[in-house]
Design a binder for this molecule. Structure first.
Ligand code: NDP
Ligand code: 2IT
Length: 448
Protein backbone atom coordinates (compact mmCIF):
# COMPACT_ATOMS: atom_id res chain seq x y z
CA UNK A 1 0.00 0.00 0.00
CA UNK A 2 1.30 3.48 -0.75
CA UNK A 3 2.53 5.58 2.20
CA UNK A 4 -0.22 8.17 1.64
CA UNK A 5 -2.97 5.52 1.82
CA UNK A 6 -1.37 3.90 4.87
CA UNK A 7 -1.35 7.20 6.75
CA UNK A 8 -4.95 7.98 5.81
CA UNK A 9 -6.07 4.55 7.10
CA UNK A 10 -4.12 5.18 10.28
CA UNK A 11 -5.87 8.52 10.81
CA UNK A 12 -9.29 6.89 10.42
CA UNK A 13 -8.39 4.03 12.77
CA UNK A 14 -6.80 6.22 15.45
CA UNK A 15 -9.39 9.00 15.40
CA UNK A 16 -12.77 7.27 15.35
CA UNK A 17 -15.97 9.32 15.00
CA UNK A 18 -14.17 12.40 13.67
CA UNK A 19 -15.50 12.54 10.07
CA UNK A 20 -14.59 16.19 9.47
CA UNK A 21 -11.00 15.54 10.52
CA UNK A 22 -10.83 12.51 8.20
CA UNK A 23 -12.22 14.64 5.37
CA UNK A 24 -9.68 17.42 5.83
CA UNK A 25 -6.79 14.94 5.98
CA UNK A 26 -8.06 13.04 2.93
CA UNK A 27 -8.21 16.16 0.81
CA UNK A 28 -4.69 17.22 1.75
CA UNK A 29 -3.12 13.76 1.37
CA UNK A 30 -4.72 13.26 -2.05
CA UNK A 31 -3.11 16.50 -3.22
CA UNK A 32 0.26 15.54 -1.71
CA UNK A 33 0.35 12.10 -3.36
CA UNK A 34 2.41 13.38 -6.29
CA UNK A 35 4.95 15.05 -3.99
CA UNK A 36 5.23 12.18 -1.51
CA UNK A 37 5.40 9.41 -4.08
CA UNK A 38 8.36 11.07 -5.78
CA UNK A 39 10.33 10.61 -2.55
CA UNK A 40 8.34 8.05 -0.64
CA UNK A 41 11.12 6.24 1.23
CA UNK A 42 12.52 9.38 2.80
CA UNK A 43 9.13 10.66 3.92
CA UNK A 44 8.26 7.24 5.31
CA UNK A 45 11.53 6.84 7.21
CA UNK A 46 11.07 10.27 8.78
CA UNK A 47 7.38 9.45 9.55
CA UNK A 48 6.76 12.93 8.27
CA UNK A 49 3.10 12.37 7.44
CA UNK A 50 2.35 10.65 10.75
CA UNK A 51 3.87 13.66 12.50
CA UNK A 52 1.94 16.06 10.27
CA UNK A 53 -1.45 14.49 11.08
CA UNK A 54 -0.81 14.16 14.83
CA UNK A 55 -1.26 17.35 16.88
CA UNK A 56 1.77 18.38 18.92
CA UNK A 57 -0.48 18.95 21.93
CA UNK A 58 -4.23 18.59 22.64
CA UNK A 59 -5.74 20.46 25.55
CA UNK A 60 -9.24 19.51 26.72
CA UNK A 61 -10.77 21.22 29.71
CA UNK A 62 -13.93 21.86 31.72
CA UNK A 63 -15.57 25.29 31.57
CA UNK A 64 -18.01 25.84 34.47
CA UNK A 65 -19.98 29.10 34.63
CA UNK A 66 -23.12 30.47 36.25
CA UNK A 67 -26.10 31.58 34.14
CA UNK A 68 -28.47 34.47 34.89
CA UNK A 69 -30.81 32.20 36.85
CA UNK A 70 -28.00 31.16 39.19
CA UNK A 71 -27.75 27.74 37.55
CA UNK A 72 -24.26 26.29 37.08
CA UNK A 73 -23.54 25.28 33.49
CA UNK A 74 -20.66 23.14 32.24
CA UNK A 75 -19.13 23.21 28.75
CA UNK A 76 -16.18 21.51 27.07
CA UNK A 77 -13.15 23.62 26.15
CA UNK A 78 -10.56 22.71 23.50
CA UNK A 79 -7.25 24.00 22.22
CA UNK A 80 -5.39 21.94 19.64
CA UNK A 81 -1.77 23.03 19.18
CA UNK A 82 -1.27 21.27 15.90
CA UNK A 83 2.04 22.30 14.38
CA UNK A 84 4.63 24.91 15.40
CA UNK A 85 7.29 24.21 12.75
CA UNK A 86 7.08 27.68 11.19
CA UNK A 87 5.88 29.84 14.08
CA UNK A 88 3.80 30.03 17.27
CA UNK A 89 0.44 28.25 17.09
CA UNK A 90 -2.13 30.58 15.53
CA UNK A 91 -5.81 30.09 14.87
CA UNK A 92 -9.27 31.03 16.02
CA UNK A 93 -11.64 29.97 18.78
CA UNK A 94 -15.10 28.73 17.80
CA UNK A 95 -18.06 28.85 20.19
CA UNK A 96 -20.90 26.79 18.72
CA UNK A 97 -22.96 23.87 20.07
CA UNK A 98 -21.67 21.63 17.24
CA UNK A 99 -18.05 21.95 18.41
CA UNK A 100 -16.32 18.69 19.33
CA UNK A 101 -12.77 17.34 19.19
CA UNK A 102 -13.04 16.25 15.53
CA UNK A 103 -14.26 19.69 14.40
CA UNK A 104 -11.44 21.49 16.20
CA UNK A 105 -8.88 19.02 14.81
CA UNK A 106 -10.08 19.51 11.23
CA UNK A 107 -9.87 23.27 11.68
CA UNK A 108 -6.43 23.07 13.31
CA UNK A 109 -5.14 20.80 10.55
CA UNK A 110 -6.35 23.16 7.79
CA UNK A 111 -4.81 26.07 9.66
CA UNK A 112 -1.28 24.62 9.30
CA UNK A 113 -1.37 24.92 5.51
CA UNK A 114 -3.33 28.17 5.43
CA UNK A 115 -0.89 29.87 7.76
CA UNK A 116 2.03 28.60 5.71
CA UNK A 117 0.47 30.06 2.55
CA UNK A 118 0.32 33.54 4.09
CA UNK A 119 4.15 33.58 3.97
CA UNK A 120 4.18 34.81 7.58
CA UNK A 121 5.75 33.01 10.57
CA UNK A 122 2.68 31.37 12.14
CA UNK A 123 2.07 27.72 13.04
CA UNK A 124 -1.33 26.00 13.13
CA UNK A 125 -3.77 25.73 16.02
CA UNK A 126 -7.49 26.00 16.79
CA UNK A 127 -9.74 25.95 19.80
CA UNK A 128 -13.20 26.56 21.06
CA UNK A 129 -16.14 25.25 23.00
CA UNK A 130 -19.59 23.70 22.59
CA UNK A 131 -20.94 26.79 24.38
CA UNK A 132 -23.84 28.39 22.46
CA UNK A 133 -23.63 32.20 22.58
CA UNK A 134 -27.10 32.59 21.02
CA UNK A 135 -29.63 34.19 23.33
CA UNK A 136 -27.11 34.69 26.16
CA UNK A 137 -26.89 37.98 28.05
CA UNK A 138 -23.69 40.03 28.01
CA UNK A 139 -23.04 38.98 31.58
CA UNK A 140 -23.37 35.30 30.68
CA UNK A 141 -20.96 35.74 27.73
CA UNK A 142 -18.48 37.45 30.05
CA UNK A 143 -18.81 34.75 32.71
CA UNK A 144 -18.20 32.05 30.13
CA UNK A 145 -15.22 33.82 28.54
CA UNK A 146 -13.61 34.46 31.94
CA UNK A 147 -13.96 30.82 32.95
CA UNK A 148 -12.65 29.64 29.55
CA UNK A 149 -9.56 31.87 29.88
CA UNK A 150 -8.99 30.88 33.51
CA UNK A 151 -7.96 27.48 32.16
CA UNK A 152 -6.57 28.45 28.74
CA UNK A 153 -4.17 31.17 29.95
CA UNK A 154 -1.50 28.71 31.09
CA UNK A 155 -1.17 27.26 27.57
CA UNK A 156 -0.95 30.45 25.48
CA UNK A 157 1.26 33.54 25.11
CA UNK A 158 2.38 36.06 22.48
CA UNK A 159 5.27 33.78 21.42
CA UNK A 160 3.59 30.45 22.18
CA UNK A 161 0.02 30.34 20.95
CA UNK A 162 -2.14 33.27 19.83
CA UNK A 163 -5.90 32.58 19.52
CA UNK A 164 -8.42 34.81 17.67
CA UNK A 165 -12.09 34.69 16.66
CA UNK A 166 -14.10 32.27 14.53
CA UNK A 167 -17.79 31.32 14.51
CA UNK A 168 -19.45 32.77 17.62
CA UNK A 169 -16.32 34.65 18.71
CA UNK A 170 -16.07 38.29 17.65
CA UNK A 171 -14.87 41.55 19.17
CA UNK A 172 -17.01 41.28 22.31
CA UNK A 173 -15.73 37.81 23.23
CA UNK A 174 -12.09 38.66 22.42
CA UNK A 175 -12.39 41.67 24.76
CA UNK A 176 -13.60 39.56 27.71
CA UNK A 177 -10.98 36.88 27.01
CA UNK A 178 -8.21 39.48 26.80
CA UNK A 179 -9.26 41.18 30.03
CA UNK A 180 -9.16 37.92 31.96
CA UNK A 181 -5.76 36.91 30.49
CA UNK A 182 -4.25 40.25 31.48
CA UNK A 183 -5.71 40.03 34.96
CA UNK A 184 -4.33 36.55 35.61
CA UNK A 185 -0.95 36.93 33.91
CA UNK A 186 -0.36 40.61 34.65
CA UNK A 187 1.23 41.17 31.23
CA UNK A 188 0.01 43.38 28.42
CA UNK A 189 0.96 41.42 25.33
CA UNK A 190 -0.47 40.45 21.94
CA UNK A 191 -1.78 37.10 23.15
CA UNK A 192 -5.01 37.36 21.14
CA UNK A 193 -5.78 38.97 17.80
CA UNK A 194 -8.99 40.60 16.66
CA UNK A 195 -8.70 42.92 19.65
CA UNK A 196 -10.52 46.26 19.88
CA UNK A 197 -8.74 49.28 18.43
CA UNK A 198 -8.28 50.91 21.86
CA UNK A 199 -6.28 47.98 23.27
CA UNK A 200 -3.93 46.73 20.58
CA UNK A 201 -6.23 45.63 17.75
CA UNK A 202 -5.34 46.23 14.12
CA UNK A 203 -7.31 48.36 11.73
CA UNK A 204 -8.78 46.21 8.92
CA UNK A 205 -8.71 42.94 10.93
CA UNK A 206 -12.52 43.00 11.13
CA UNK A 207 -12.80 43.31 7.36
CA UNK A 208 -9.78 41.16 6.49
CA UNK A 209 -11.22 37.70 5.85
CA UNK A 210 -14.06 38.94 3.64
CA UNK A 211 -11.91 41.51 1.85
CA UNK A 212 -9.10 38.99 1.38
CA UNK A 213 -11.56 36.52 -0.12
CA UNK A 214 -12.69 39.09 -2.66
CA UNK A 215 -9.09 40.15 -3.43
CA UNK A 216 -8.05 36.60 -4.30
CA UNK A 217 -11.27 36.00 -6.26
CA UNK A 218 -10.44 39.16 -8.18
CA UNK A 219 -6.99 37.74 -9.01
CA UNK A 220 -8.67 34.55 -10.26
CA UNK A 221 -11.10 36.56 -12.39
CA UNK A 222 -8.31 38.70 -13.85
CA UNK A 223 -6.25 35.63 -14.66
CA UNK A 224 -9.19 34.40 -16.75
CA UNK A 225 -9.71 37.72 -18.48
CA UNK A 226 -12.68 38.59 -16.29
CA UNK A 227 -13.66 41.02 -13.50
CA UNK A 228 -16.28 41.55 -10.78
CA UNK A 229 -17.90 44.35 -12.79
CA UNK A 230 -21.54 43.45 -13.49
CA UNK A 231 -21.26 39.94 -12.02
CA UNK A 232 -24.03 38.32 -10.00
CA UNK A 233 -22.61 36.90 -6.78
CA UNK A 234 -24.18 34.50 -4.32
CA UNK A 235 -22.92 34.52 -0.72
CA UNK A 236 -23.91 32.23 2.16
CA UNK A 237 -23.58 33.19 5.82
CA UNK A 238 -24.30 36.55 7.41
CA UNK A 239 -21.45 36.78 9.89
CA UNK A 240 -18.05 38.43 9.90
CA UNK A 241 -16.71 36.82 6.73
CA UNK A 242 -19.93 37.12 4.69
CA UNK A 243 -20.62 40.77 5.56
CA UNK A 244 -17.23 42.09 4.45
CA UNK A 245 -17.08 39.84 1.40
CA UNK A 246 -20.42 41.30 0.30
CA UNK A 247 -19.22 44.84 0.97
CA UNK A 248 -16.00 44.49 -1.04
CA UNK A 249 -17.58 42.57 -3.95
CA UNK A 250 -20.21 45.32 -4.33
CA UNK A 251 -17.42 47.92 -4.19
CA UNK A 252 -15.76 46.17 -7.12
CA UNK A 253 -18.96 46.40 -9.17
CA UNK A 254 -20.70 43.09 -8.49
CA UNK A 255 -24.27 42.60 -7.37
CA UNK A 256 -24.50 40.27 -4.37
CA UNK A 257 -28.02 38.84 -4.24
CA UNK A 258 -28.00 36.55 -1.20
CA UNK A 259 -26.89 35.80 2.33
CA UNK A 260 -28.01 33.24 4.90
CA UNK A 261 -27.90 32.21 8.54
CA UNK A 262 -28.59 28.97 10.34
CA UNK A 263 -32.36 29.27 10.02
CA UNK A 264 -32.97 30.86 6.64
CA UNK A 265 -31.73 32.73 3.61
CA UNK A 266 -32.32 35.99 1.79
CA UNK A 267 -32.74 36.52 -1.93
CA UNK A 268 -32.45 40.21 -2.71
CA UNK A 269 -32.36 40.75 -6.49
CA UNK A 270 -31.56 44.45 -6.09
CA UNK A 271 -28.38 43.62 -4.18
CA UNK A 272 -27.82 43.17 -0.45
CA UNK A 273 -27.97 46.39 1.57
CA UNK A 274 -24.79 45.95 3.63
CA UNK A 275 -25.57 48.75 6.10
CA UNK A 276 -28.90 47.14 6.91
CA UNK A 277 -27.29 43.69 7.17
CA UNK A 278 -24.67 45.07 9.57
CA UNK A 279 -27.35 46.70 11.68
CA UNK A 280 -29.34 43.45 11.90
CA UNK A 281 -26.37 41.13 12.53
CA UNK A 282 -23.62 43.19 14.20
CA UNK A 283 -25.72 45.57 16.29
CA UNK A 284 -29.04 43.82 17.00
CA UNK A 285 -27.67 40.24 16.72
CA UNK A 286 -31.05 39.40 15.18
CA UNK A 287 -32.38 36.93 12.58
CA UNK A 288 -32.47 37.63 8.84
CA UNK A 289 -36.25 37.94 9.08
CA UNK A 290 -35.53 41.46 10.37
CA UNK A 291 -33.55 42.22 7.22
CA UNK A 292 -36.47 41.07 5.05
CA UNK A 293 -38.95 43.04 7.14
CA UNK A 294 -36.97 46.24 6.56
CA UNK A 295 -36.34 45.79 2.83
CA UNK A 296 -38.99 45.61 0.13
CA UNK A 297 -36.88 43.87 -2.51
CA UNK A 298 -35.83 41.00 -0.22
CA UNK A 299 -37.42 37.56 -0.02
CA UNK A 300 -36.85 35.50 3.14
CA UNK A 301 -36.85 31.70 2.85
CA UNK A 302 -36.96 29.46 5.90
CA UNK A 303 -34.32 26.72 5.64
CA UNK A 304 -35.98 23.33 5.13
CA UNK A 305 -34.30 20.12 6.19
CA UNK A 306 -31.29 19.26 4.03
CA UNK A 307 -31.78 22.28 1.73
CA UNK A 308 -29.10 24.90 1.47
CA UNK A 309 -31.08 27.44 -0.49
CA UNK A 310 -28.69 29.95 -1.91
CA UNK A 311 -26.83 27.58 -4.25
CA UNK A 312 -29.92 27.28 -6.45
CA UNK A 313 -29.80 30.98 -7.32
CA UNK A 314 -28.37 31.76 -10.77
CA UNK A 315 -24.98 33.42 -10.41
CA UNK A 316 -21.53 33.94 -11.93
CA UNK A 317 -19.58 33.72 -8.67
CA UNK A 318 -20.37 31.84 -5.45
CA UNK A 319 -18.70 32.57 -2.11
CA UNK A 320 -19.64 30.09 0.67
CA UNK A 321 -18.99 31.94 3.95
CA UNK A 322 -20.99 30.09 6.65
CA UNK A 323 -19.70 26.71 7.80
CA UNK A 324 -18.27 23.29 6.90
CA UNK A 325 -20.03 21.03 4.39
CA UNK A 326 -22.70 23.60 3.56
CA UNK A 327 -22.24 22.98 -0.19
CA UNK A 328 -22.80 19.36 -1.24
CA UNK A 329 -22.93 17.50 -4.54
CA UNK A 330 -26.52 18.55 -5.32
CA UNK A 331 -25.59 22.18 -4.68
CA UNK A 332 -22.53 21.81 -6.92
CA UNK A 333 -24.75 20.42 -9.69
CA UNK A 334 -27.15 23.34 -9.30
CA UNK A 335 -24.30 25.85 -9.53
CA UNK A 336 -22.88 24.22 -12.68
CA UNK A 337 -26.33 23.92 -14.29
CA UNK A 338 -26.95 27.62 -13.64
CA UNK A 339 -23.70 28.67 -15.30
CA UNK A 340 -21.66 29.63 -12.23
CA UNK A 341 -18.00 29.98 -13.24
CA UNK A 342 -16.07 30.78 -10.03
CA UNK A 343 -16.36 29.42 -6.49
CA UNK A 344 -14.02 30.66 -3.74
CA UNK A 345 -14.46 29.53 -0.16
CA UNK A 346 -14.70 32.08 2.66
CA UNK A 347 -15.59 29.46 5.27
CA UNK A 348 -13.38 26.53 6.29
CA UNK A 349 -14.15 23.40 4.23
CA UNK A 350 -17.66 24.52 3.18
CA UNK A 351 -17.66 22.19 0.16
CA UNK A 352 -17.77 18.41 0.48
CA UNK A 353 -15.08 16.47 -1.40
CA UNK A 354 -17.67 15.24 -3.93
CA UNK A 355 -18.91 18.79 -4.53
CA UNK A 356 -15.36 20.08 -5.01
CA UNK A 357 -14.53 17.36 -7.53
CA UNK A 358 -17.77 17.90 -9.44
CA UNK A 359 -17.19 21.64 -9.70
CA UNK A 360 -13.56 21.19 -10.80
CA UNK A 361 -14.53 18.59 -13.40
CA UNK A 362 -17.33 20.73 -14.79
CA UNK A 363 -15.51 23.93 -15.62
CA UNK A 364 -15.76 25.88 -12.38
CA UNK A 365 -12.58 27.64 -11.23
CA UNK A 366 -12.42 26.73 -7.56
CA UNK A 367 -10.22 28.05 -4.73
CA UNK A 368 -10.33 26.23 -1.38
CA UNK A 369 -10.68 28.00 1.96
CA UNK A 370 -7.15 27.46 3.17
CA UNK A 371 -6.02 29.76 0.37
CA UNK A 372 -9.01 32.03 -0.14
CA UNK A 373 -9.87 32.80 3.50
CA UNK A 374 -6.25 33.23 4.61
CA UNK A 375 -6.59 37.02 4.68
CA UNK A 376 -8.06 36.89 8.20
CA UNK A 377 -5.20 35.04 9.82
CA UNK A 378 -2.66 36.95 7.71
CA UNK A 379 -3.99 40.20 9.13
CA UNK A 380 -3.90 38.65 12.59
CA UNK A 381 -0.18 38.09 12.00
CA UNK A 382 0.08 41.77 11.02
CA UNK A 383 -1.66 42.61 14.32
CA UNK A 384 1.01 40.52 16.12
CA UNK A 385 3.74 42.49 14.35
CA UNK A 386 2.18 45.81 15.37
CA UNK A 387 1.86 44.62 18.98
CA UNK A 388 5.52 43.53 19.02
CA UNK A 389 6.76 46.89 17.80
CA UNK A 390 4.15 48.72 19.92
CA UNK A 391 2.91 50.70 16.94
CA UNK A 392 -0.33 50.86 14.94
CA UNK A 393 -0.47 51.01 11.20
CA UNK A 394 -3.11 52.91 9.21
CA UNK A 395 -6.09 51.17 7.61
CA UNK A 396 -4.63 51.72 4.14
CA UNK A 397 -1.26 50.32 5.15
CA UNK A 398 -2.79 47.10 6.52
CA UNK A 399 -5.22 46.82 3.59
CA UNK A 400 -2.37 47.24 1.07
CA UNK A 401 -0.36 44.50 2.82
CA UNK A 402 -3.46 42.26 2.81
CA UNK A 403 -3.89 42.78 -0.94
CA UNK A 404 -0.24 41.95 -1.53
CA UNK A 405 -0.53 38.79 0.56
CA UNK A 406 -3.64 37.58 -1.32
CA UNK A 407 -1.98 38.28 -4.69
CA UNK A 408 1.06 36.35 -3.46
CA UNK A 409 -1.09 33.38 -2.41
CA UNK A 410 -2.81 33.27 -5.80
CA UNK A 411 0.53 33.31 -7.60
CA UNK A 412 2.01 30.69 -5.27
CA UNK A 413 -0.88 28.21 -5.57
CA UNK A 414 -1.18 28.65 -9.35
CA UNK A 415 2.53 28.05 -9.84
CA UNK A 416 2.63 25.05 -7.50
CA UNK A 417 -0.29 23.47 -9.37
CA UNK A 418 1.46 24.02 -12.70
CA UNK A 419 4.81 22.72 -11.45
CA UNK A 420 3.24 19.44 -10.33
CA UNK A 421 1.30 18.92 -13.57
CA UNK A 422 -2.07 20.07 -12.25
CA UNK A 423 -2.54 23.47 -13.86
CA UNK A 424 -5.74 25.19 -12.70
CA UNK A 425 -6.19 22.82 -9.75
CA UNK A 426 -5.92 25.41 -6.99
CA UNK A 427 -6.76 22.83 -4.30
CA UNK A 428 -3.67 20.79 -5.18
CA UNK A 429 -1.65 23.99 -5.53
CA UNK A 430 -2.69 25.25 -2.09
CA UNK A 431 -2.08 21.95 -0.32
CA UNK A 432 1.29 21.36 -1.99
CA UNK A 433 2.63 24.90 -1.56
CA UNK A 434 1.41 25.05 2.07
CA UNK A 435 2.92 21.64 2.84
CA UNK A 436 6.37 22.16 1.29
CA UNK A 437 7.32 25.06 3.57
CA UNK A 438 6.13 23.24 6.71
CA UNK A 439 7.81 19.96 5.70
CA UNK A 440 11.10 21.72 5.02
CA UNK A 441 11.01 23.37 8.46
CA UNK A 442 10.07 20.07 10.16
CA UNK A 443 12.95 18.24 8.47
CA UNK A 444 15.43 20.98 9.44
CA UNK A 445 14.34 20.85 13.09
CA UNK A 446 14.92 17.12 13.54
CA UNK A 447 12.67 14.59 15.20
CA UNK A 448 10.53 16.70 17.53
P1 NDP B 1 -19.76 34.29 12.45
O1 NDP B 1 -20.11 33.65 13.73
O2 NDP B 1 -19.53 35.74 12.40
O3 NDP B 1 -20.86 33.95 11.35
C1 NDP B 1 -21.16 32.64 10.99
C2 NDP B 1 -22.31 32.66 10.02
O4 NDP B 1 -22.53 31.36 9.52
C3 NDP B 1 -23.61 33.11 10.64
O5 NDP B 1 -24.39 33.74 9.67
C4 NDP B 1 -24.22 31.79 11.10
O6 NDP B 1 -25.62 31.84 11.24
C5 NDP B 1 -23.82 30.89 9.96
N1 NDP B 1 -23.69 29.52 10.47
C6 NDP B 1 -22.91 29.10 11.47
N2 NDP B 1 -23.06 27.79 11.69
C7 NDP B 1 -23.97 27.40 10.81
C8 NDP B 1 -24.56 26.16 10.56
N3 NDP B 1 -24.23 25.05 11.24
N4 NDP B 1 -25.46 26.11 9.54
C9 NDP B 1 -25.77 27.21 8.84
N5 NDP B 1 -25.26 28.42 9.05
C10 NDP B 1 -24.36 28.51 10.02
O7 NDP B 1 -18.48 33.48 11.91
P2 NDP B 1 -17.45 33.91 10.79
O8 NDP B 1 -18.10 34.72 9.74
O9 NDP B 1 -16.24 34.41 11.47
O10 NDP B 1 -17.07 32.47 10.19
C11 NDP B 1 -17.70 31.92 9.04
C12 NDP B 1 -16.80 30.86 8.44
O11 NDP B 1 -15.55 31.46 8.05
C13 NDP B 1 -16.40 29.71 9.37
O12 NDP B 1 -16.24 28.53 8.59
C14 NDP B 1 -15.04 30.14 9.89
O13 NDP B 1 -14.27 29.03 10.33
C15 NDP B 1 -14.46 30.78 8.64
N6 NDP B 1 -13.37 31.73 8.83
C16 NDP B 1 -13.46 32.81 9.65
C17 NDP B 1 -12.43 33.70 9.77
C18 NDP B 1 -12.52 34.92 10.59
O14 NDP B 1 -11.56 35.72 10.57
N7 NDP B 1 -13.60 35.18 11.29
C19 NDP B 1 -11.17 33.49 9.04
C20 NDP B 1 -11.18 32.38 8.14
C21 NDP B 1 -12.25 31.53 8.07
P3 NDP B 1 -26.26 32.17 12.67
O15 NDP B 1 -26.09 33.64 12.85
O16 NDP B 1 -27.68 31.75 12.55
O17 NDP B 1 -25.49 31.36 13.67
O1 2IT C 1 -10.03 30.14 10.32
C1 2IT C 1 -9.31 31.15 10.51
O2 2IT C 1 -8.31 31.36 9.82
C2 2IT C 1 -9.70 32.09 11.56
N1 2IT C 1 -10.73 31.90 12.18
C3 2IT C 1 -8.82 33.26 11.87
C4 2IT C 1 -7.66 32.84 12.72
C5 2IT C 1 -6.80 33.96 13.25
O3 2IT C 1 -5.91 33.62 14.05
O4 2IT C 1 -6.98 35.12 12.90
Amino acid sequence: MSYVDEVYDLVVAKNPAQPEFHQAVKEVLESLRVVIEANEEEYRKQALLERLVTPERQILFRVPWVDDKGQVQVNNGFRIQFNSAIGPYKGGLRFHPSVNLGIIKFLGFEQIFKNSLTGLPIGGGKGGSDFDPKGKSDREIMAFCQSFMTELFRHIGADTDVPAGDIGVGGREIGYLYGQYKRIRDVYEGVLTGKGLTYGGSLARTEATGYGLVYITNELLKDHGDSFEGKTVVVSGAGNVAIYAIQKAQKLGAKVVSCSDSTGWIYDPEGIDVDLLKEVKEVKRARLTEYAAARKSAEYHEKKNGEHGVWNIKCDVALPCATQNELDLDDAKALVANGCKYVCEGANMPSTIEATQYMQQNGIFFICGKASNAGGVATSALEMSQNSERLSWSFDEVDAKLQGIMQGIYKNISEAAKKYGKEGDYVAGANIAGFLKVAEAMKAQGIV
